[in-house]
Design a protein around this ligand. Structure first.
Ligand SMILES: N[C@@H](CCC(=O)N[C@@H](CS)C(=O)NCC(=O)O)C(=O)O
Length: 216
């Protein structure tokens, strides 16, 4: 078993995947605690003590616990030495541009589209409408919103490399992790440019290693 003071709790989903990916980028050893959402494993007394929200993922570093996948990803970049092949902004404007992609991914894609589809799509489409209720109009408008958002970033996604040049950044981890959900919910990425970017991202060694570790 791997010895490390870093533990990722959660697997098999694009949100824990964000933490697996940044840890692979930084070449850090970690223990994967493979508990799943909606299995009961996030509702135990022991787990709720670590994350009262009863959700995955969390990152545990010694006795420090970080919930929220984006916060956990940032914790790694704030605390460990930047690898040569990873982009970190070094002024406030460039930092804001990375944040712009991060918040865009979290709010416009993860929250407005993915959460809505997960909650309100039919069971056979991998949704939980049996728990949260059918909402066909919300599902339809979420899918439309996704298309609009992807069209809006079409020109901002470079034709080669990553969002900020030759190396990936936190922005790429957040954006790509949301694009991964297209496969689950049968969403077509209608921008050829974004699709090419996504396919490039999936070929990165660290992405593949993280994927193989997170999704079994
Ligand atoms: N904003 C949180 C979302 C966490 C989240 O919703 N996780 C899902 C699995 S990926 C979960 O645990 N769902 C169970 C539930 O909502 O009860 C993050 O990015 O970490």
């Amino acid at each position: 078993m791997v010895k490390s003071n870093l533990e990722v709790w959660g697997y098999n989903s694009y949100r824990p995947f964000r933490i697996y990916w940044i840890l692979k980028e930084y070449g850090l050893k970690f223990i994967a605690r493979k508990i799943g959402s909606r299995t009961g494993e996030t509702q135990t007394k022991e787990y709720l003590k670590m994350n009262a929200k009863g959700k995955i993922p969390i990152l545990k570093h010694n006795n420090k616990i970080i919930s929220e996948s984006a916060a956990a990803v940032n914790y790694i970049i704030y605390n460990y030495k930047k690898p040569v092949d990873f982009y970190l902004p070094n002024n406030s404007f460039d930092k804001a541009k990375v944040d712009e992609w991060t918040f865009f991914s979290l709010m416009e894609l993860d929250c407005l589209v993915i959460y809505t589809l997960r909650r309100h799509e039919k069971l056979e489409n991998l949704g939980l409408s049996n728990l949260y209720g059918r909402a066909p109009n919300a599902v339809k408008t979420s899918r439309e919103h996704f298309d609009r958002m992807i069209a809006a970033c079409d020109k901002n996604v470079p034709k080669s490399g990553w969002l900020f040049g030759k190396s990936p950044s936190v922005a790429d981890i957040m954006f790509v992790s949301c694009l991964m959900v297209c496969d689950i919910f049968d969403i077509e990425i209608k921008s050829k440019n974004v699709l090419r970017y996504y396919n490039r991202a999936k070929k990165r060694k660290q992405f593949i290693e993280a994927y193989e570790n997170c999704f079994e």
